[in-house]
Design a protein around this ligand. Structure first.
Ligand code: FAD
Ligand code: SF4
Length: 461
């Protein structure tokens, strides 16, 4: 797929991948074998009928392709950009053994982008016309990330009135506050949300489920069911000396300031954004890559990602890691932080690191990193971003003691329906599984919404 040049893109926030042209999309789709027993669909967590939509792309039937994808995937322009297709549909494509699986994600993005460009949100929503059975048949959704957007979309197209309550001032969850503009433009998420609005979904922002209104309160107000998609947005810290020095940030705070609060457009938007010259990012996942690439774009002279295992074990998507390296991000592998050190004014100056080596496999099936005795070293840094994972946000959970939690502190649900320990209260996405992926959150939202619709329709009869 055409892409911005690495040197150029490291200095701007425009999207890295530019998308297929019609010719490239046709060419790619024409490579599909149209297998008798396709394996690609099984690899997709929401079971998109890849074979059919790819055939339609090859036949120039954009509308048919879009509708085929939308049957099971409510956010195709988003999934086409951020899903780890290499482990999903493309990982299961029969052409994978040739080393050239069909680029299903890129084709999905092509279809969604072009269909949205040719049709208004109202026209698209009109196709999925909202049939209101009864104004009283109302469902509340808490949080507005991909699990919630999927649940809201599913329910609204089945004639159920949905209100989405979001704590932040803009809906979209991690899609807007976490994943940067250069990977997922805000306008793409905006289009999906506008389509939901046109479908009749109501969005109420600046509304914190729990303190502003609890679950029981929502039920008392007449909502027949509640879906909780509150995510896992509580940053984890390292508990190391110097972690509170000026210049040390959680990835959540850093990315939220830059993305949602448009810090990268300072002073046009008045969110001050930290701009380090020597930046160290701790972690090895997508969040770490996003933070590192953001720091480069904000003018850092050097960005190092510190990770305690090796490059091959980094959990970040291969494509994101490769893009980061091409742009100039450096890796400091087999290293683990020991301490942040600062100057007399409390500003971060450096990090003391421990050299690691790989030991035998641990319970996760990966080699356990073990400290190399006596091998410590220091690297200079005026900014550090901690991206070592997140936990469940306690605000809603604490205000609803009736919600049963699992041993990790996430909401416990029936795996078939998504129902929690509170009747007619459902949950899905990261607040149930812990930090996972967009498409898994969507799958959970859809599963719960299907059950809610089934029960409400039964009640309504
Ligand atoms: P979230 O997207 O977390 O949204 C939850 C929403 O609920 C938030 O808007 C929050 O403000 C709101 N909320 C929380 N508490 C309350 C409350 N009490 N009341 C009201 N609202 C509340 N996945 C991929 O598949 N591919 C990627 O490339 C990828 N990159 C990522 C990069 C970053 C920086 C991050 C942080 C995550 C990334 N992920 C990626 C993971 C993916 O984004 C998440 O798994 C997914 O967004 C989870 O969706 P969700 O619906 O559970 O909740
Ligand atoms: Fe096409 Fe690959 Fe699916 Fe076969 S498995 S239908 S080649 S995308």
């Amino acid at each position: 797929m055409p892409m911005q040049d690495a040197g150029e893109r490291a200095g701007n926030f425009s999207e890295v991948s530019l998308g297929y042209t019609l010719e490239l999309a046709r060419e790619e789709a024409a490579r599909c074998l149209q297998c008798k027993t396709p394996t690609c669909q099984q690899g997709c967590p929401v079971e998109v009928d890849c074979k059919s939509f790819i055939r339609m792309v090859a036949e120039d039937d954009l509308e048919g392709a879009f509708k085929t994808i939308k049957e099971t995937n409510s956010l195709p322009a988003i999934c086409g950009r951020v899903c780890p297709q290499e482990n999903q549909c493309e990982g299961s494509c029969k052409l994978r053994k040739t080393g050239k699986p069909i680029a299903i994600g890129r084709l999905e993005r092509f279809v969604a982008d072009n269909y949205y460009a040719q049709n208004s949100c109202e026209a698209i929503a009109g196709d999925e016309a909202c049939r209101l059975i009864d104004e009283d048949l109302r469902v509340a959704v808490i949080g507005s990330g991909p699990s919630s957007l999927t649940a809201a979309g599913y329910l609204s197209t089945r004639g159920i009135k949905v209100s989405v309550f979001e704590a932040l001032h803009e809906p979209g969850g991690v899609l807007v506050y976490g994943i940067p503009e250069f990977r997922l433009p805000k306008s793409v998420v905006h289009t999906e949300i506008e389509t939901l609005k046109a479908q009749g979904v109501e969005f109420v922002c600046n509304h914190v489920g729990g303190p502003t209104s609890g679950i029981s309160e929502l039920m008392d107000k007449g909502y027949k069911a509640v879906f909780i998609g509150a995510g896992a947005g509580l940053p984890k810290f390292l508990g190391l000396s110097g972690e509170n020095l000026i210049g040390v940030y959680s990835a959540n705070e850093y990315l939220t300031r830059v993305n949602l609060m448009r810090g990268y457009r300072f002073p046009e938007f008045d969110t001050p954004v930290p701009r380090g010259k020597k930046v160290v990012v701790l972690g090895g996942g997508n969040v770490a890559m996003d933070a590192a690439r953001t720091a480069l774009r904000l003018g850092a002279e050097e960005v190092k990602v510190v990770y305690r295992r090796t490059q091959g074990e980094m959990p970040a998507r291969r494509e994101e890691l490769e893009h980061a390296l091409e742009e100039g991000v450096k890796l400091e592998i087999l290293s683990s932080p020991l301490e942040f050190t600062g100057d007399e004014q409390g500003n971060l100056c450096s990090l003391r690191l421990q050299r690691m080596e790989l030991g035998p496999e641990d319970a996760s099936g990966r080699c356990k990193p073990i400290p190399v005795s006596g091998d410590e070293f220091e690297i200079d840094a005026d900014m550090a971003v901690i991206a070592v994972g997140t936990g469940p946000n306690p605000v809603l959970i604490n205000s609803s003691p009736e919600l049963k939690l699992n041993e990790r502190g996430y909401i416990q649900v029936d795996p078939h329906t998504g129902e929690t320990s509170m009747p007619m209260v459902f949950a899905g996405g990261d607040i149930v599984t812990g930090a996972a992926t967009v498409v898994l959150a969507m799958g959970a939202g859809r599963r719960a919404a299907r059950e809610i619709a089934r029960r409400l329709k039964k009640d309504a009869d």
